[in-house]
Structure formats: C-alpha cells, structure tokens
Ligand binder design. Structure first.
Ligand SMILES: Cc1cc2nc3c(=O)[nH]c(=O)nc-3n(C[C@H](O)[C@H](O)[C@H](O)COP(=O)(O)OP(=O)(O)OC[C@H]3O[C@@H](n4cnc5c(N)ncnc54)[C@H](O)[C@@H]3O)c2cc1C
Length: 537
C-alpha cells in the first residue's frame, strides 16, 4: 500500500490555464487569494473514462450543464486510452461492455479491441456534447472541503475551481503498480508497465521478460511471443483460463442491430442474463464452480502437452477466486519453444540478469510489468480532505468504505463512480457505473428539491451498509477460494468487489434514502458563514 502522507493545508488558488466558461458557470473571488478569480461550477468531475464521460452525459440529461470534466491526460478514454499494449481487448462482450444509452451496432468483434473501445468513447464525447466541459492536462492535485462555504476547493495542475459537488471517476485501475525491486533502477535495458506501453521500442528479436500472469499479461504474452527472440514469464500464481468465444461480428448482425435496434437490445439482455445467472455461484455457492474448473483444466490440457509445464500452470485455488481469464492463445504461447515459464516471482535485478524467487537467473533486454494497479489504496484518496481537514486516505486507513459504493461520511457532496466494493468479478463494469450515475443524479436533484446544499452519510448508515456487505463477502469464492488476489487489501479485506448481482446493486442505488444522510443547508449568503446550519431531516 502506498504511504499515507498528510498534505499541506491551504490550496494555492490560481486561475486555470484554460478558462473557457462552461455555460452557466459563475465566477467569484476565493477568500484566501483575492487577486485571482476562481471559477465556480456546480459539479467538478474527475476523469474522462467511461465513468467521467457517463457522468457528463447524465448531468446534461438532468439539466445540469454547469460542470467541468477534469482530465490529467490529453484525451478521453481512461483505461482504453492508457492501455494500448499489443492484444489489449475487453473480456466482456462489447454489446454489454458499452453504455445502455449509446448502443453501438458497429462493434467489429464479440470482444472488441482497445482501439475500437477508445474510438467509441471519443464518439460519446462528441455525440453527447461533452467537449466544452472537458479540461485536458488538468490533474487534480487536491480536493479540500470548505466547511464555511459548503463547497469543494479543487486544486489542479492547471489552476483551481470551486464546486458544489465533486464526482470522482478517477478509475479503479488507473495507477500502475510496479514492484519496488532491488536493482530495477540500474537495469540497463528497457522497462515499462503494461498500461504505459512504449510503442517506440520494438520488442522484435529481443529477449523479453513479462512479469505477472494476470488479465493484461495473458493478452500481451501471445501478442509478442511470435516476434521476440525469447520470452521469460515470471508467474507468482497461475491463473484459471477459459476459452474465449471471440469472433468477428458479421455484416448481417451489424445491419440487423443498426436497422432494428431492438435486436441489439435483445443481444445485450441475453449477455446480461447469462452473467447474472452465474453470480450465485461466485457469491453463495462456490462449489458449483467445480464444473467450470474442469472446463478450464481441459482447455489447458488441449494446448499444453508437457506435463511439467501443465503442473506449473495448474492453480491450487478454486476457480473464480482470482479473476477468470479468457484466452485461446495464451497456453499455446506458453508452450512455444521460445517461451520459458518461471513459476516464481521476480525477486531482484542484477544488471541485465533477472533473479527469480526460486534463485534462477535470466538474461533479458526488456522487462514488461503486467503487475496491475493500485486498487485497494486508490491514489485519489491521498488528495482528498474533508470535514475538519480529514484526509480520505486516513479515513480509509483500515480499508476503503463508502455508503452504497458512492458516498463517504466526512466528505459531503463527494460522489464516487466505481467506489469501494462496486467492482465485478464476471460482468460489465459499465452496468455498475450506470447504477452509480443514477444515484448521483438522484442525490443532486434531491438536494435541489429539498433546498439543501450538501449531504453526507450518517455514521450508522455507512457502518450498517459495510457490515452487511462484509457479512455477505464471507461466503464468496473471493474469500473462501484459497487465493490472495488484488481484490483484497493488505489486511485481507475485500474492498473492491460487489458481493451480489448487478441487479441488486441497481436496486440499491436507484434512489437516495434521505434517512441515511445528514443534510447541510447554507442559510447565509456566500462569504458569511455564521448562519450555515445542519438541517435535520
Ligand atoms: C486492460 C484493462 C482491461 C479491462 N477490461 C475490462 C472488461 O473487459 N470489462 C470490464 O467490465 N472492465 C474492464 N476493465 C476495468 C475498467 O477499468 C473499467 O471497466 C472502466 O473502464 C473504468 O472506467 P473509469 O472511468 O471508472 O476509470 P478509467 O477508465 O481508469 O478513467 C479514469 C480517468 O481518470 C483520470 N484521472 C485519474 N486521476 C486523476 C486526477 N488526479 N486528475 C485528473 N484525472 C485523473 C485518468 O487519467 C483516467 O482518464 C479493464 C481494465 C483494464 C486496465
């Protein structure tokens, strides 16, 4: 887990580099730095992946046009902009891994590749009029709740804003995790993380190491194996891998989905239903997964003839405990003559020699880390300061917690998209994102309709929600399956996944229950905090 450090107190407020006003945005003077006007918006959204763009669409549809989308990179896309490694594709069928309000009859494959998903998100930004709201090259460095003025101060790399509400869609898998290995800095060759692929460096003919055998690595390995001189795969824990039922979407299917949109909806509904039916096995009856495990074993046996290699690749935990991976090309690539599987993690680097935990040594020219992301220690938490200056990272030091995956006590009007315990083991994250957006919009419109300024969960509601959630978690395959996965924090608590169906989450986030919230009402004009009071419901 990244170190939790206390940040400096007051943000320096300067006007943003790009100050094009967003429709009704008002401008006022911040108390700390009167010389510079700081623009105020109703909502500041962090991130422009599926979550941030989805938030933009839903805000506009709710009639809220006074918002900015702050993005540290230079274009939209999030995950699908950053992960451009060879072979990158989704592992949920595209007709389900897309917004319900923006069906795409033109998906080229059942599991479309990164360029097509990225292009889809660029189109979302155009079609739904999000461009005027986007602020690129704008990294949010600090969010600080101003109790007197009941608003957020947002400090970024390109200036500051104030906002009534903040939507954090900074991504569950956005911050690469590279292990801190002895000798890494002195490695003379090329090193990069799967999500920061260096396309200027040609791996062809090189001795390449891939560290990790998770979802990204199993896509990279078959994509690079045919062209590299040698491939050394460092595997700490083998993955369960199932066949990938991928194919091109035919012209007839595309025509049908374009001309008769209900056929696309039907396809989506079918894909959804299949995944919903599987949930019970993951969350309540892991023993049912034994059958799936047999399918995975047969899949490996068909591709890997060498029993010694099969032994290395056979997991010792129940299928589903770690993310199930889908590939028809991974095992053949591992069985290829230029590939060596080292069934041990990478321990250290001595010059260009990689030393595994089993003591074996491997000479390479390049190292690709497929070692995942900061998931249970979300970096954005280090930058958020709520009521009383409390850091969110501090509030979450014993594990991330929110109410309904969306709001956190002590951090009023901060709404998460893919917050704690909203991840999925076997379904499309876009379903969860859309549920959280329903909740966000209901919260903002409810605040308006009751004349309140801000809301935060009661301690009781947040505690109760998490007690029940962790109780349900105790039966899941993620807890009982005998593995250590990236879903678990350093104390072994699963703060990433949702332990029920996506329909259950949809129901839980349809409406804000005001009984679960404390409301704040600003009864004094701005700048005069004396009359700001807590309004009981
Ligand atoms: C390789 C890969 C494959 C995946 N495949 C699937 C799949 O098949 N199915 C599935 O359901 N899910 C998949 N996922 C999970 C995926 O992350 C989510 O489905 C979804 O794309 C997350 O969207 P998001 O908008 O929440 O986050 P992201 O797409 O990560 O977007 C977050 C954005 O916030 C920006 N940001 C972060 N911090 C700051 C800051 N401080 N200031 C300003 N901007 C900031 C980032 O630059 C980024 O653009 C995959 C993830 C990866 C990495």
């Amino acid at each position: 887990m990244a170190p939790r450090t206390k940040k400096s107190p007051a943000p320096a407020e300067t006007a943003p580099a790009e100050t094009a006003p967003v429709e009704t945005a008002s401008v006022e003077t911040a108390p700390a730095e009167p010389q510079q006007p700081v623009p105020h918006v109703r909502v500041a959204v962090i991130g422009s992946g599926f979550g941030g763009l989805g938030a933009g669409v839903r805000l506009r549809r709710a009639g809220i046009t006074d918002f900015v989308i702050l993005e540290r990179a230079g274009s939209v896309g999030g995950t699908w902009r950053d992960n451009s490694y060879p072979g990158c594709a989704c592992d949920v069928p595209s007709h389900l891994y897309s917004f319900s309000f923006a069906p795409n009859p033109e998906w080229p494959r059942v599991f479309s590749g990164q360029p097509d998903i990225r292009a889809y998100l660029e189109r979302i930004a155009d079609t739904f009029g999000l461009r005027p709201h986007l602020r690129f090259g704008t990294e949010v460095r600090e969010l600080r709740w101003d109790e007197e003025r009941t608003r957020w101060h947002v400090t970024t790399s390109a200036g500051s804003w104030t906002a009534d509400a903040v939507v954090s869609a900074a991504g569950p898998l956005a911050e690469p995790q590279i292990p801190d290995l002895p000798g890494l800095d002195a490695f003379p060759g090329k090193v990069f993380h799967s999500s920061r692929w260096d396309h200027d460096y040609d791996l062809a003919g090189k001795r390449v190491a891939v560290v990790g055998t998770g979802a990204s690595a199993i896509q990279i390995i078959p994509a690079v194996q045919p062209t590299v001189r040698s491939l050394t795969v460092f595997q700490r824990t083998p993955a369960w891998v199932l066949p990938r039922a991928d194919r091109e979407v035919t012209g007839v299917e595309k025509w049908l989905h374009g001309k008769l949109p209900p056929t696309g909806l039907l396809r989506r509904a079918g894909l959804f239903a299949i995944r919903e039916l599987q949930v019970d096995a993951f969350v309540r009856r892991p023993q049912l997964l034994a059958l799936v495990q047999q399918v995975a074993l047969r899949h490996m046996h068909r591709a890997v003839a060498d029993p010694a290699l099969r032994a290395k690749l056979t997991p010792d935990y129940r299928i589903g405990c770690k993310r199930i991976l889908l590939s028809n090309t991974y095992y053949p690539a591992l069985a290829a003559p230029n590939t060596e599987v080292v069934a041990a993690g990478l321990r250290e680097l001595r010059g260009s020699t990689l030393v595994a935990a089993d003591g074996s040594e491997h000479e390479v020219d390049a190292v690709v880390f497929g070692t995942g992301f900061h998931t249970t220690d979300l970096p954005i938490a280090e930058r958020v300061y709520g009521v009383g200056g409390m850091a969110l990272a501090e509030a979450w030091k014993d594990g991330m917690e929110a109410l309904r995956g969306s709001t956190v006590r002590g951090f009023p009007n901060l709404f998460f998209v893919i917050g704690p315990n909203t991840g999925l083991g076997n379904n499309s994250m876009i379903l969860m994102i859309e549920s959280q957006l329903n909740y966000l919009i209901d919260a903002l419109t409810t605040l308006d309709s009751i004349g309140a300024t801000a809301m935060q969960p009661t301690e009781r509601a947040q505690r109760q929600w998490n007690l029940e959630l962790q109780h349900r978690m105790s039966r899941t395959v993620w807890t009982t399956g005998g593995c250590r996965s990236w879903y678990l924090d350093e104390d072994g608590k699963n703060t990433v996944l949702w332990p029920a169906s996506t329909s259950a989450f949809r129901r839980a986030t349809r409406h804000v229950d005001l009984a679960e919230y404390e409301l704040l009402k600003r009864t004094a004009p701005l700048g005069d905090a004396r009359d700001t009071e807590v309004v009981p419901v």
